[in-house]
Design a protein around this ligand. Structure first.
Ligand code: ZN
Length: 115
């Protein structure tokens, strides 16, 4: 399971350059908790036509992060990994790329707490 999650994480975010450094789950590029805003935008664009798929994918990574970051409350990790995908799901995709990009940036602007 862990191996397939690792491979999936590398494959999904490789286009953005903002990949997680595990097991700490900070971004290798900007050192923010992953998924950082650029990674969220890349993921949201990659899953533009499959928002439920994005939620499932991030939920899978959330489970991995809960195991790898036992000192961080699971609720905080849920906000970091999954909650932002729910905000996206409430905003229907539009055919206009500019509109979609603006919606993604608005949706992913969720403050996160670092312990
Ligand atoms: Zn980053």
């Amino acid at each position: 399971m862990k191996r397939s999650v690792d491979a999936a994480a590398q494959r999904q975010v490789s286009g953005s350059g903002h990949r997680p450094a595990r097991p700490g789950w900070d971004c290798r590029d900007c050192y923010q908790p992953w998924p950082c805003p650029p990674a969220q935008v890349h993921l949201a664009e990659s899953y533009e036509a499959d928002r439920p798929g994005l939620a499932v994918y991030m939920a899978t990574l959330y489970v991995a992060a809960v195991h790898e970051l036992p000192s961080i409350p699971a609720g905080l990790l849920y906000g970091q990994f999954v909650a932002w995908t729910r905000a996206l799901a409430r905003r229907p995709a539009t055919p206009e790329g500019r509109q979609l990009t603006r919606e993604i940036h608005q949706a992913v602007h969720i403050p996160r707490v670092r312990l």
